[in-house]
Design a protein around this ligand. Structure first.
Ligand code: 6PG
Length: 244
């Protein structure tokens, strides 16, 4: 287990290629039928998904990949706000993931029902370790307020709940979201933060400069047994000095 490994890239394509090679390596070592990934949402993953979707189809055996989401907005799957919709446009429409391997949050349901349904999906379709669902890989973004997935500052429920997921509320828009909990994130075999752009540089510096377990939820990502990687582009890393 490593505390965390930080890799800085001069382009999103180079960052994406590093992630692709990590997935390929881990799938070679797979000792179970499927490689279970929790995808991140927001805008950052779109270019990364485009890069992966643009590779030769055989780079990943998509038959062995099962896709979940780390969080989802409580909106219909064709809504511009939907993380599933973003993923469909930038990845699913271009790679041969069987429909049966895609486990989206039912954002069109009433939020509480969507959360309970997804909690059941996670419980039934993932291996359990430490009495929690375990992902092979969790991809995470970083909000400029230090949130990750949809665990926002002050949301102690999602931060400490030992349920598979919880219902969260965006602090500005009030939008309801379903999010995996921090204990599930920390139970993963591998977690990769994907952070690009100058707009994230200040929060990246906060996360790496603050004492552990600060008010920023992203600083609570400390894996129990797995490996944590931060993939940054030059712009997001520009306020970091060489001491990290
Ligand atoms: C979401 C994400 C969220 C995102 C960060 C960064 O549903 O919005 O899961 O955690 O990763 O807010 O978003 P950007 O990539 O758009 O900056």
């Amino acid at each position: 287990m490593n505390d965390r490994e930080i890799n800085v890239f001069s382009s999103t394509d180079m960052l994406s290629d590093w992630l692709l090679k990590l997935i390929q390596q881990q799938m070679k070592e797979l000792s179970q039928p499927y490689y279970n990934i929790a995808l991140s949402g927001g805008s950052t993953p779109a270019k990364i998904f485009d890069y992966i979707a643009s590779q030769n189809p055989e780079v990943i055996d998509w038959q062995k990949v099962r896709l979940f989401w780390g969080d989802e907005r409580c909106v219909p799957p064709d809504d511009e706000e939907s993380n599933y919709n973003m993923t469909r446009k930038h990845l699913l429409d271009d790679v041969a993931v069987p429909d049966k391997n895609v486990f989206r949050v039912m954002g069109e349901y009433q939020p509480g029902k969507a959360m309970l349904h997804y909690r059941d999906v996670l419980q039934k379709n993932l291996p359990h370790v430490n009495e929690l669902p375990q992902f092979d890989l969790v991809l995470l973004g970083l909000g400029d307020d230090g949130h990750t997935a949809s665990i926002f500052p002050g949301d102690d429920v999602s931060l400490h709940s030992h349920e598979a997921c919880e219902l969260a509320t965006h602090p500005v828009s009030g939008q309801k979201r379903v999010s995996i909990t921090m204990p599930v994130i920390n139970n993963a075999r591998t977690v990769v933060f994907l952070v690009t752009g100058a707009g994230k540089a200040a929060m990246v510096k906060n996360i790496f400069g603050k004492a552990d377990f600060s008010e920023f939820p992203a600083s609570h990502v400390k894996l129990l047994e797995g490996n944590l990687f931060w993939l940054l582009d030059d712009a997001a890393a520009k306020l970091l000095d060489g001491t990290i």
